[in-house]
Design a protein around this ligand. Structure first.
Ligand code: DQA
Length: 146
C-alpha cells in the first residue's frame, strides 16, 4: 500500500511557528514521525509540502494510478479551497484529512472545512499523532474497501 502525504502552507515552519499551538518539533521531525508510522504499518509513504494551492492540486491529480491513499493537511487552504476539494473528489483516491490542532475549537473560521465531505477519515487535535492515527484509519479503510 502506498500513501501520498501532502502538507500545506506554513507547515514547513513547524517548531518556530506559534509553538503554543503547533508544538516545538520541526517539520523534519514530523516527516520522521510519518515515515516511522508507515514502517510500522508496512506501507510506503511519500511526503511533500507546498505553500501553493496549484502545486497541491497538481500533486493530487498526479497521484492517480500511483497511490492507494492520500493523507492531507491542507493547513489554511482547508478553510478556503474549493479547488483542493474538487481535486480530491476528482481522483477518487481514499483521502484522510489531518490537523495538528483542534480546528473545531479555535477561531470560528477554522470550523469550516471544504475538504471534510470528500475525505473518508478526519483526525484533528492530536499533534503529530493526528498523522499516525489518520494513516492507521486510512489503511484499515482501504483494506476493508478493496
Ligand atoms: C492546521 C490548522 C489550520 O487552521 C491552519 O491554518 C494550519 C494548520 C493544523 O494542522 O492544525 O496551518 O491545518
Amino acid at each position: 500500500m502506498k500513501f501520498l502525504v501532502i502538507n500545506g502552507p506554513n507547515l514547513n515552519l513547524l517548531g518556530r511557528r506559534e509553538p503554543a499551538i503547533y508544538g516545538n518539533k520541526s517539520y523534519a521531525a514530523l516527516c520522521e514521525h510519518i515515515q516511522k508510522t508507515a514502517a510500522e504499518l508496512g506501507i510506503e509513504a511519500e511526503i511533500m509540502q507546498s505553500n501553493h494551492e496549484g502545486v497541491i492540486v497538481d500533486a493530487i491529480q498526479d497521484a492517480i494510478d500511483r497511490y492507494d491513499g492520500i493523507v492531507i493537511n491542507p493547513a489554511a487552504y482547508t478553510h478556503t479551497s474549493v479547488a483542493i476539494a474538487d481535486a480530491i473528489a476528482a481522483v477518487e483516491i481514499p483521502t484522510a484529512e489531518v490537523h495538528l490542532s483542534d480546528v473545531d475549537n479555535r477561531e470560528a473560521f477554522r470550523r469550516i472545512s471544504y475538504v471534510t465531505h470528500v475525505c473518508v477519515v478526519r483526525v484533528t487535535g492530536l499533534g503529530f499523532d493526528s498523522y499516525s492515527e489518520a494513516m492507521k484509519q486510512l489503511a484499515a479503510y482501504i483494506s476493508q474497501n478493496s
